[in-house]
Design a binder for this molecule. Structure first.
Ligand code: FES
Length: 107
């Protein structure tokens, strides 16, 4: 099972979780009660409350958002170049070790 590390907004806490391939990063955050991920729309790319920052080392592997996600990211708080909506990141074996940071707050 791929491991994902969620880092808190202040960087103080790191939570490692085991994620199932084929699920999304958001689904794993909710299942593991990661603070700061709200996911109000349940993964429909319609709320921007599952916003995360992908660690620089992983940005290329995770890839960039599709146009629909990019439009939705306009509603997210404090968007950065590595911002993604976690419901749009599919967990694969290649993403084993992925590190994402939760923003200070959601939209
Ligand atoms: Fe709503 Fe990701 S859960 S956009």
């Amino acid at each position: 099972m791929p491991k994902i590390t969620f880092v808190s907004a202040d960087g103080a806490e790191r939570t490692d979780i085991d994620a199932a391939s084929g699920s999304t990063v958001m689904e794993n955050a909710i299942k593991n009660m990661i603070p700061g991920i709200e996911a109000e729309c349940g993964g429909a790319c319609a709320c921007a409350t599952c916003h995360v920052y992908v660690d620089d080392a992983w940005a290329e592997k995770v890839g960039s958002p599709e146009p629909m996600e990019e439009d939705m990211l306009d509603f997210a708080y404090d968007v950065k170049p590595t911002s993604r909506l976690s419901c749009q990141i599919k967990v694969t074996d290649e993403l084993d070790g992925l590190v994402v940071q939760v923003p200070e707050r959601q939209a």
